[in-house]
Design a protein around this ligand. Sequence first.
Ligand code: AMP
Length: 282
Amino acid sequence: MKVINKPEDMQKQIKQEIRQGKTVGFVPTMGFLHEGHLELIKQARVDNDLVVLSIFVNPLQFGPNEDYERYPRDLGRDEEMARSAGVDYLFYPEVSEMYKSERSVELIVKERVNILCGASRPGHFDGVATVLVKLFNIVMPDRAYFGMKDAQQVAVVKGLVDDFNIPVQIIPVEIVREKDGLAMSSRNVYLSNEERKEATGLYESLRVAKEALLAGGERNPEKIKAIITKKLSQTSGEIDYIEILSYPALTPLKQVEGEIIIAIAVKFEKARLIDNIVLNNL
Ligand code: AMP
């Protein structure tokens, strides 16, 4: 595995590989790797000749009161994990290399952002879109892998790639969970022991909702939200949102039908956790 820091070096290397006919799979991350990231790498490994993993905690996608400074980082451990997972190139740029000067063009995401995480994180998806356009131009992947843990991000990235004719295929990957159902996340380390136990309530609430939909035939979104609220209220976390929307358009529903997402966010003392399930053909 080669570790590359400079965007121009990454570009140069990958151009050579592409010239030799290699296909490139790309996994963008913010590091502090876990099994969820490894699943993305595994799928990229299967589909492509080469796998590029990027680790970049992108300041542009953090709000002023968010956790940019204290976001967990451990490059040594990440490098080891990436190497054993079969990554060919680890791209690990400095912030000063990615954002050399004042940007002369600003990207603003207009659709699919005023709800869910976008509502409480203004500008977040503009930062995500900006860094991804840069990373796609640096890594020039055939395919890029994104976790459904961040289902809104997948929806936004699909819109970005379509709008700008970016020649990359977006491959969504199922959520990887701990044994007790909690969706894996780099931010889970922020949870206290007590909160960690309560955090299983997120997935449980989604399972109960799914049951009500599939087995119980409930189609009223408000009633399903009430079921989730009841379950989540048993935790010490504060509910940020519970939404049932069409997917991937993320529009509100009067009746739960078609392809839908049930998405939730809960704020614990130091961590805001998200989870979701997507259901088809309702
Ligand atoms: P992050 O490092 O948190 O920005 O995540 C990098 C990529 O890994 C994103 O596409 C995430 O959606 C994905 N990811 C994070 N956690 C999980 C998980 N538990 N299961 C599947 N994908 C995940």
